[in-house]
Design a protein around this ligand. Structure first.
Ligand SMILES: [Zn+2]
Length: 139
């Protein structure tokens, strides 16, 4: 169990040597060396603003998503870019359209819209965004 978390204030971006860096990645690289290509920083302690290098590890975006599922905390896949992404009604309509036409997989849709596969499944089952209907359903 981690008891000590160093927390960064606000969005974890910092200026280092005139360059904008992702603070977590910078801290990790200082401590542990290069981050493997395509990997993201994960929190072993599951405290998102925590910047304690001992609590950081790298993993694939998929592992990162699995963490979220295991911990019952959904965050968007590839969360670095989409931490705060929320779907719009139009996007949900597009997703529902894709689901209906089977034009993309859950995984594909999740990636495309920056949400979890769980979110896509919930949209599919109607436990999320049930109020958003495809045009033809409205008619
Ligand atoms: Zn921590």
């Amino acid at each position: 169990m981690c008891t000590s978390h160093a927390r960064s204030k606000g969005y974890p971006l910092s200026w280092v040597g005139g360059k904008k860096v992702r603070l977590l990645r910078f801290i990790y690289e200082q401590m542990h060396g290069e981050i493997p290509e395509g990997h993201v920083i994960r929190h072993k302690c599951d405290v998102r603003p925590c910047i304690n290098p001992e609590h950081l590890e790298t993993g694939t975006p998929k592992q990162n998503m699995n963490d979220a599922i295991e911990r019952g905390r959904m965050r968007p896949l590839l969360g670095e870019k989409n931490l705060n992404s929320k779907l719009t009604t139009d996007q949900v309509r597009e997703i529902k359209f894709s689901i209906k036409n089977k034009s993309d997989s859950n995984y594909g849709l999740a990636r495309k819209y920056g949400v979890s596969e769980m979110a896509i499944r919930k949209i599919k089952k109607g436990t999320m965004w049930a109020h958003v209907k495809l045009e033809e359903e409205i008619i």
